[in-house]
Design a protein around this ligand. Structure first.
Ligand code: FES
Length: 164
């Protein structure tokens, strides 16, 4: 019973987080995307508990909601890492060797694009132009921009964030 009470109070907390007004909409099925966005805004990703909660509220099976989440690349099922590496794959970076930079980062961290390291230190995302084409190939780690990259420079740059 205590467990049920816990779930109920947790649900009430989440209800507030998900902006109650969304639930008042007539078209509850049409609320799915806004609710998923709201969950992701609140938690930084969409936790499993939120999926079940949304499923109950709008009457769409959880499996269907998973399908929607995995269809849209904007949604994440796992939290992002402490440091977000944005590797540019725009044209200028591409012709200046961005592929090798990406490969080096993947080898160093053991993750692919859109993945997070086991220790939660890094997430790797691929982006189009980040507006520093003259420095191509370019990547950003959090708010810091690194340009004129070579595969050789990558390990020492990553090291800066490993001890933080
Ligand atoms: S193409 Fe990479 S910064 Fe513009």
């Amino acid at each position: 019973m205590a467990e049920v009470d816990n779930i109920v109070s947790k649900t009430i907390e989440e209800l507030e987080t998900f902006k109650i007004d969304l639930l008042k909409k007539e078209d509850k099925k049409g609320s799915l995307i806004p609710l998923l966005q709201s969950a992701q805004d609140s938690y930084g990703y969409i936790p499993e508990s939120s999926i079940h909660y949304i499923s109950e509220i709008i009457g769409i099976p959880a499996a269907e909601i998973y399908g929607v989440i995995t269809f849209y690349s904007q949604f994440r099922l796992k939290p992002l890492g402490e440091n977000i590496i944005k590797i540019c794959q725009g044209t200028a970076c591409h012709v200046n060797g961005a592929k090798n930079i990406l490969k080096t980062i993947q080898n160093e961290l053991g993750i692919s694009v859109d993945e997070t390291t086991e220790d939660g230190k890094f997430s790797l995302v691929s982006v189009a132009c980040i507006g520093c084409c003259s420095l191509a190939p370019v990547m950003m780690i959090n708010d810091e921009t690194y340009g004129r990259l070579t595969p050789k420079k990558i390990p020492s740059i990553l090291k800066l964030y490993m001890t933080i």
